[in-house]
Design a protein around this ligand. Sequence first.
Ligand SMILES: CC(C)(COP(=O)(O)OP(=O)(O)OC[C@H]1O[C@@H](n2cnc3c(N)ncnc32)[C@H](O)[C@@H]1OP(=O)(O)O)[C@@H](O)C(=O)NCCC(=O)NCCS
Length: 164
Amino acid sequence: MSWRAMAPGDLADVDGIAARLHPNYPEDRRVFAERLRLHPDGCRVLLAAGAWIAGYVLSHPWQLGRPPALNVLIGSIPSPASTYYIHDLALLPEARGSGSATVIVEELIRHARALGLTSLSLIAVNGSTPFWERQGFAVDKAAAATDPTGSYGGDANLMLLRLA
Ligand SMILES: CC(C)(COP(=O)(O)OP(=O)(O)OC[C@H]1O[C@@H](n2cnc3c(N)ncnc32)[C@H](O)[C@@H]1OP(=O)(O)O)[C@@H](O)C(=O)NCCC(=O)NCCS
């Protein structure tokens, strides 16, 4: 399996995976399309053997402690930005356990460093907090709320990785 840059033509597949894996967190395809347009370097798809799309990641520079609410357009990338935000990382069950998720997180960390950012952040859902902890993230205890957006519901955790 390998990651490659996301293209606009991939958005139907991305949308299909999101609908399957995130039924409790529905987002419009235009949200994915906007992130791809605003920060293409942070958007990738995972190709399985046979070149079908088995996962995706959407990410972009953002403001620390102010994650975007679910299913909203963000308009533009802030400048300067104060964190690198992972909007979503999702792999179909058949693509999990291969280390591909770890590979892309490590790549995003390098990308964030290259942009001069000193942290990565995200809202962990679907019980993924232990996965993110293995990647070096910690629940952001300094934040006023586990989900400052109020839009992800009960099991969401705002998580932070500070870069040395
Ligand atoms: C979260 C997700 C991307 C992880 O993918 P994955 O393929 O399991 O990740 P990896 O194989 O790279 O696993 C890395 C490590 O994390 C561990 N891990 C993964 N998910 C875990 C979980 N839910 N709880 C505990 N550990 C977990 C793995 O066992 C592995 O440990 P190891 O390094 O000791 O072998 C995947 O489960 C997924 O797509 N989930 C559905 C979408 C989702 O909820 N995404 C998160 C949105 S915030």
